[in-house]
Design a protein around this ligand. Structure first.
Ligand code: 5GP
Length: 190
């Protein structure tokens, strides 16, 4: 009997405001994909859904999960913890699903060291100016938070050289097609 092969792990990063969340939502339309839901200590935004956007936990609970080795990876970003639950990802991979993690570069590089076969994809904004415009016009965060995110973006973009693929989100449909193409190409590799 042929045993079901394990799924592949894909990691998507990119500075806040590059549109990687929207890209990942669109990638859910591909067959056999599990988009991982992270844990975070940041506050839930009005349009977000517990268990779909994130699992919202306290710092105490997050630190307990770190201590008890429940995290595949985690990082602090803009004063909050974000992390991926190990068990949920392993279960999806064992079921043969391809898993997408939408996480920042500290976590992405932790994942690459644990799973060297993970495919790392970095989404770049067309320019720094455009990134600032997108963050300001979407109006999700107050200006001090936006400034923190822009400061983080500089370091994040420097990390993009460590990724397997880079793509520029200038046109959403084209970018989604490009990333879907990367996923399909990687799926065909043994
Ligand atoms: P946001 O607050 O905008 O939802 O996310 C802030 C940043 O945290 C984004 O770059 C997002 O990709 C990243 N992030 C979300 N979940 C995780 C996670 O589980 N681990 C890590 N390392 N980063 C995450």
């Amino acid at each position: 009997m042929k045993t079901k092969s394990k799924g592949k792990l894909f990691v998507m990063s990119g500075p806040s405001g590059t549109g990687k969340g929207t890209i990942c939502e669109r990638l859910k339309e591909l067959d056999n994909i599990y988009l991982s839901v992270s844990n975070t200590t940041r506050d839930r935004r009005a349009n977000e859904i517990e268990g779909e956007t994130y699992f919202y936990v306290t710092r105490d609970e997050f630190e307990r999960m770190i201590r008890e080795n429940e995290m595949l990876e985690y990082a602090e970003y803009s004063g909050n913890y974000y992390g991926t639950n190990k068990k949920r990802v392993e279960e999806a991979l064992n079921e043969g699903k391809d898993v997408i993690l939408e996480i920042e570069p500290q976590g992405a590089l932790q994942v690459k060291s644990i799973f060297p076969s993970a495919v790392l994809i970095f989404v770049l904004p067309p320019s720094f100016e455009e990134l600032r415009n997108r963050l300001v016009t979407r109006g999700r965060e107050p200006i001090d938070v936006i400034e923190k995110r822009i400061a983080a973006a500089e370091w994040e973009i420097q990390q993009s050289d460590k990724y397997d693929y880079k793509t520029i989100n200038d046109n959403l449909d084209e970018c989604v097609n490009e990333v879907a193409g990367i996923i399909n190409k990687e799926r065909e590799r043994i």
